[in-house]
Design a protein around this ligand. Structure first.
Ligand SMILES: C[S@@+](CC[C@H](N)C(=O)[O-])C[C@H]1O[C@@H](n2cnc3c(N)ncnc32)[C@H](O)[C@@H]1O
Length: 280
C-alpha cells in the first residue's frame, strides 16, 4: 500500500497515548510472554489472536529466542559493542542489554520507544546501569533522531552499531513509511554495522498461511495493535544495499537454531520472517 492509498486504520493514533481500555503493542507482547505489565484489554486481544491463530505464546517465545541468538552472534562473533534497539517494547525476561552485557559488560545499549508505559518501566529498570539508556523518540524520524545530541552522546555513529528493528516495522502500517524508516536508520550507520529485522509475513500465495495472515490483519484492523503483514519482496527491500548474513531472510526457527527443536511448530511460525544484514 502506498502513502496515497489511505486505509481506515491510517487515522488511528499510534503509540503515544496512555489508554488502558484498548490493547497496546508493547503490553500485548508482554501478555504473550507471560509478563505482568498488561491489562484486561491486552489479555482479551491475546484471546482473540489465539482464536484466529493458535500458538501465539509459543511464537512470541520463539521470537525472543531468535532475537537473543542474533544479539549473541553480534556481540560474541562480530565484535559489535554498541546497540540501538528500536521499538524495544516493555522490559521482559531477557532484554538486549542483559544479553549483550553478559558477554561484554562494557557494551552500550540505547532503547528507543515512544510508549509512555515502556519508557517508565525501562527507566526504572535501568536506573543503575550507566551503559544502558532508554530514549523517547518516534523511530519514523531517523534523520532527526540520529542527529540528536542526546543519542550521539551515548552511541558513536563513526563505529559499527547493531541496529535492532524487531517486530516493529509491522506496526508502521504504511509500506512507504516502514521502508523509509529502515533506510533512514541504515543511512546513518557506519560501515561494518549490522541491521536485524523481524516482520510479520504475508506469503501472498493463496495458501493456508496467507489466509491466516489476512484474518489476523483484518481482525485487528481498527485497533491500536493493527499490523501490516508484508510479502517477502517488501521485507527484502529493508535490506537493500546490505550483505545478508546466512541463511538470509528466513523463518526464525531456521535462523541459527540452537539445537533440535523441542516445541512443535505452529501456523504463526510461518508468518514471521527475520534476517540480519551487514552494511559494507
Ligand atoms: C510489539 S513491540 C516489539 C517489542 C520488541 N522489539 C520485541 O521484539 O519483542 C513494538 C514496540 O514498538 C514501539 N513503537 C511502535 N511504533 C513506534 C514509533 N513510531 N516510534 C517509537 N516506538 C514505536 C511500540 O511502542 C512497542 O513498544
Amino acid at each position: 500500500m502506498s502513502a496515497a492509498e489511505s486505509e481506515p486504520w491510517d487515522e488511528y493514533p499510534r503509540g503515544a497515548a496512555l489508554d488502558f481500555d484498548a490493547p497496546n503493542q508493547a503490553r500485548l507482547f508482554d501478555a504473550l510472554l507471560g509478563g505482568r505489565d498488561n491489562y484486561a484489554a491486552d489479555r482479551e486481544a491475546v484471546t482473540k489472536l489465539s482464536a484466529l491463530a493458535p500458538g501465539a505464546h509459543q511464537m512470541t517465545r520463539d521470537h525472543r529466542e531468535w532475537f537473543s541468538r542474533a544479539l549473541r552472534l553480534l556481540v560474541t562473533q562480530r565484535g559489535v559493542d554498541q546497540f540501538i534497539d528500536l521499538g524495544s517494547g516493555l522490559p521482559t525476561v531477557d532484554n538486549t542489554h542483559q544479553i549483550v552485557q553478559r558477554h561484554n559488560p562494557d557494551a552500550k545499549v540505547v532503547y528507543i520507544d515512544n510508549d509512555p508505559v515502556v519508557l517508565a518501566h525501562g527507566r526504572a529498570l535501568l536506573e543503575e546501569n550507566d551503559n544502558t539508556h532508554i530514549l523517547d523518540y518516534d523511530i519514523t524520524e531517523p534523520e532527526f533522531v540520529t542527529s540528536d545530541p542526546d543519542l550521539r552522546r551515548r552511541i558513536n555513529f563513526d563505529r559499527p552499531i547493531g541496529l535492532m528493528l524487531c517486530m516493529v516495522t509491522g506496526f508502521l502500517l504504511d509500506d512507504v513509511v516502514a521502508r523509509a524508516t529502515v533506510h533512514g536508520w541504515v543511512d546513518a550507520l557506519a560501515p561494518g554495522s549490522y541491521v536485524v529485522v523481524s516482520q510479520q509475513y504475508d506469503p501472498a500465495d493463496g495458501s493456508h498461511y496467507a489466509d491466516i495472515a489476512h484474518a489476523l490483519r483484518d481482525g485487528f484492523r481498527n485497533s491500536k495493535i493493527a499490523t501490516a503483514f508484508r510479502d517477502r519482496h517488501e521485507i527484502e527491500s529493508y535490506f537493500k544495499g546490505l550483505e545478508m548474513v546466512e541463511p538470509g531472510l528466513s523463518y526464525l526457527h531456521e535462523w541459527w537454531p540452537d539445537g533440535p527443536r523441542m516445541a512443535k511448530l505452529n501456523d504463526l511460525n510461518f508468518l514471521i520472517l527475520g534476517g540480519m544484514g551487514r552494511k559494507p
